[in-house]
Design a protein around this ligand. Sequence first.
Ligand SMILES: [Ca+2]
Ligand SMILES: [Ca+2]
Ligand SMILES: [Ca+2]
Length: 405
Amino acid sequence: MKPFLIIIQLFVLSFALSAQIGRTYPDGHGGRVFFPFGDISFADEVVDFQVGDPGPIEGYGVPEPILGIPDYTGDYEKKYVTLGYGGSLTVKFTDNILYDIPGPDLYIFEIGPDVEPVKVYISKNGDDWIFVGETGGGLSEVDITDHVSPTDIFRYVKIIDVKDGKSGRWPGADVDAIGAIGSSINFQLSSAVLFDFGESTLGEDKDELKSIGEKVAEINGLTIIEGYTDNVGSQESNLKLSQERAEAIKNYLINNHDIDEGKVKVYSFGEKNPVADNSTEEGRSKNRRVEVIVFPNENEDSKGVVGTWDASKWGDLHIYRYGNKIAGWYESDGGEIVGEMTDPYTFEGKWVENDSGKTCDSYVYDRNHWGSLKLKFSKDYSTFTMYWGYCDSPADEKGLEGVKK
Ligand SMILES: [Ca+2]
Ligand SMILES: [Ca+2]
Ligand SMILES: [Ca+2]
């Protein structure tokens, strides 16, 4: 029985890690957009929806299809929300956050032939809103740089239809998904599991904390620990308790995992920014929490791989990077690459296509045409040589040469 159990464990581990690897998603208009943290980058909860007037035909004025990864493939699938004329929708990120990175930070996946404009607002707490721009006319990405401070963390996005398209059966903007390109992981820890009521000494159950510690150590970047309480007791005692609990988590992490104390910052918020209703016991329990946000460690090596490459029969290959994680896409057959830099000049990972001519037994990114891929870059990053294989076989077949454009 033992070998069997080990196999299961390895499978679960590799699946959990791959869910965080950056990848590109179709933008609905023929291109692709890279999200450094992959599937978790997208909105997780609908907070508020005010359908516009006139509204869409029945079945399309429902907000939930906007959550998760962009999944609209065409026709009459109900995988998007139609806002209606002047409608507004507020979503929240829970397993990730939005922050400012170089370039665009937020992407609104609008579908349909006409890109109908929406005004975009962001918020830290769901109450105070910052206007960050308007999409439309082919522009779906928003750069929040001019409106925020570098270390600000946002969890809410609101879009409001600007009343451009009134006619037809789908008035207002049609939105498939909202994603944070400038994103990072947000771990939520329940105080009920970690601490006795009103206490700030860690209890016995540390399983969840241990697994978070391993991930924080692996990502190895700036880590922010935020403490929160419910609204029972004085503001002052709640601030103190949330500070002590956040400190307890910090001490556990730096004492038990390979995490540099200088990279960990602690903030206490007391009863501010509740995630649930404080008038019920269930809600108060959810509000008693510690959130751990870890920013990726930017690796300055191998910057030269980023950009557009002329990859002969693959067409243009677009490569994006975040830390050591690499993702990209190429023009032929819906091609996509994903993997990491194993040294400053070597990419190792996978290619995925719609129909490569050979079908694999398993799936990568929902497709069973894939294989192994290695790109060896020249020292000045002007060219690369590709090595590849089908499915699980090693990348030992010499393939095309790429030239930086
Ligand atoms: Ca998410
Ligand atoms: Ca930015
Ligand atoms: Ca959708």
